[in-house]
Design a protein around this ligand. Structure first.
Ligand SMILES: Cc1cc2nc3c(=O)[nH]c(=O)nc-3n(C[C@H](O)[C@H](O)[C@H](O)COP(=O)(O)O)c2cc1C
Length: 521
């Protein structure tokens, strides 16, 4: 055997290597909201706000920012000059116009909020279908009978009921399943902190059992069964008291796929109401927020003012019912027409009306553009998520550093071992110890033929393969060397197992990270 040739071959042998895991912490962003085949860039639906508060201007601004903008159909005809003469017609005309205007102002997602209890509910739904809005949000009642499901499907309009309990969800979904062989596309769960009419008995509003934080998991659980049966995802949207990014984070953690704030969107430049209406939101104090008995027959949350004070003291606000817009209306008992009162407020005449608002309205301190509001909420959200995972990030960096140290030491030890082996071989060669030389040559040839490499995959999976065997041969070979027996092999094995353990830790951290951000990336 020619020593030179042998040395050459020796240099060809690759030393076992460890590679550092490739795992970069992903960039965090707000999750998208999917409702059927519709995808909103951010999980925010602007709550529909009736009697002219959310029309084309507000809804299109929200849609432009990647959220879902909603036009409220309720008494929308009050923005038309002939509402008191042709209420039904004015409503239809105004809704059609506002949808078209919103479409012309944005390519984003536009929905329409319709109260089921309205006497012209069918007309409003028809206009929404004809105009092919993206989604209809159906509240103040259960969408059961009279839903033109075929037309809705044909126009590819998504249907999202607004509910206040898991029981209502079950009722609606079971009914749809039985009668329409389908289910709604999502659910908005409106809790007791919301502004506007509330789907709770007055005595339940403060009951902790009915907190939105309790309702969301209940509804998520309820829809799960239907999701399985229909092999579709049914997003659950949280509404009522949502104020900032922290709230969004909390409700997404509870299983919601999105949120529907209302009040916050009133204090925006684009909100369709008069500046006086918006300013009443900015000026409201905590003690101004009250529960009223609405003529509609439901409790409602509003900002207390002189109008409501008068109502409470039994003052009768003279009015002529424009048309019987609501079957359940008890305007005579409560002495005023709610549509007229809300319309006055919308126009800024708050002395002759009042504003609905959610519990958190007192925290609003300025009017901002929708873009700014959404940016603020998004940044808020990201800060909360970042904060939650910063500990994990820190842990990750620590383990990564340790892995790097282990890798370095491992490679050095292997290098030293192989040098020792080479030295021993050369000594045996010069000494002419035929037996040792022969044995080493045999092993070495086998080793060179297999050209061992030590890919990290093998370490991670632990799968034995050709290369892994070669590597083990290599370790075996050098470990057979008497000089090497001085403990190097043990060290290599220890380093290897340490490395594997730390590698596993990285996977664990990764899983923790994913769990912490609940798959939002
Ligand atoms: C001024 C105002 C008017 C509203 N009008 C309606 C409406 O017509 N139909 C409806 O389903 N919800 C209505 N809501 C409820 C909102 O769509 C939304 O669910 C609610 O405001 C969420 O609570 P938040 O205000 O605490 O964010 C209204 C809310 C406000 C503040």
């Amino acid at each position: 055997m020619d020593l030179k040739k042998f040395n050459l071959m020796f240099s060809k042998i690759e030393l076992p290597r460890l590679e550092l895991p490739k795992f970069k912490l992903p960039k965090i962003k707000m999750p998208e909201l999917k409702i059927g085949d519709i995808k909103a860039r951010i999980p925010i639906i602007q709550g529909g706000m009736g009697v002219g508060i959310s029309l084309s201007k507000l809804s299109s601004a929200v849609a432009r920012e990647g959220g879902i903008g909603v036009i409220a159909a309720n008494a929308i005809g009050m923005i038309e000059p002939d509402y008191f003469k042709n209420g039904v017609e004015a409503n239809m005309r105004a809704l059609r116009n506002e949808i078209r205007k919103a479409r012309s102002l944005s390519d984003g997602i536009i929905g329409v909020n319709i109260m089921i209890a309205l006497n012209d509910f069918q007309n409003m739904l028809q206009v929404a279908i004809e105009e092919k809005v993206d989604i209809v949000f159906l509240g103040a009642g259960l969408p059961l009978r009279g839903i033109p499901i075929k037309e809705i499907k044909r126009a590819n309009v998504k249907v999202v009921p607004i509910v206040s309990s898991a029981r209502a969800v079950r009722l609606i979904f079971k009914y749809w399943q039985k009668n329409f062989a389908t289910i709604p596309d999502g659910v908005v769960v409106e809790g007791p902190k919301a502004g506007g009419h509330l789907g709770f008995k007055e005595e339940d509003i403060e009951n902790p059992d009915f907190r939105l934080e309790n309702l969301i998991p209940e509804v998520v659980k309820e829809v799960k069964e239907f999701e399985k049966q229909f092999a579709r995802e049914i997003p659950v949207i949280a509404a009522g008291g949502i104020f900032d990014g922290k709230d969004i984070y909390e409700f997404l953690k509870l299983g919601a796929s999105g949120v529907q704030p209302g009040s916050r969107f009133v204090a925006t430049e684009e909100c369709d109401a008069d500046i006086n209406f918006k300013m009443s939101f900015v000026d409201a104090k905590k003690e101004d927020i009250v529960i009223i008995h609405s003529p509609v027959g439901m409790p409602g949350r509003a900002i207390f003012n002189s109008f409501l004070k008068g109502v409470n003291s039994g003052e009768k606000k003279e009015f002529k019912c424009p048309w019987r817009c609501l079957e359940s209306c008890k305007a005579d008992k409560v002495n005023y027409c709610i549509s007229i009162a809300l319309n006055n407020a919308r126009k800024g005449i708050l002395k002759q009306g009042f504003a609905f608002a959610g519990t958190n309205v007192y925290r609003i301190d300025k009017i901002v553009p929708v873009k700014e509001l959404i940016n603020e909420i998004t940044e808020d959200y990201l800060a909360v998520v970042e904060n939650g995972i910063s500990r994990i990030k820190h842990e990750y960096e620590k383990v990564k550093k340790k892995l790097m140290g282990l890798k370095e030491e491992y490679e050095k030890t292997i290098e030293r071992g192989s040098n020792l082996f080479k030295e021993e071989y050369n000594k045996a060669f010069t000494k002419g110890s035929a037996k040792l030389k022969g044995e080493l040559e045999k092993s070495f040839n086998m080793l060179a033929a297999n050209s061992p490499a030590f890919p990290d995959k093998d370490i991670r999976t632990g799968k034995a393969g050709m290369k892994r065997d070669s590597n083990n041969d290599f370790l075996q070979l050098i470990s057979n060397s008497p000089l090497f027996r001085a403990g190097k092999l043990n060290k290599i094995n220890w380093l290897k197992s340490e490395y594997i353990e730390n590698f596993k830790l990285i996977d664990k951290i990764k899983a923790q990270f994913m769990a912490k951000t609940f798959g939002l990336i």
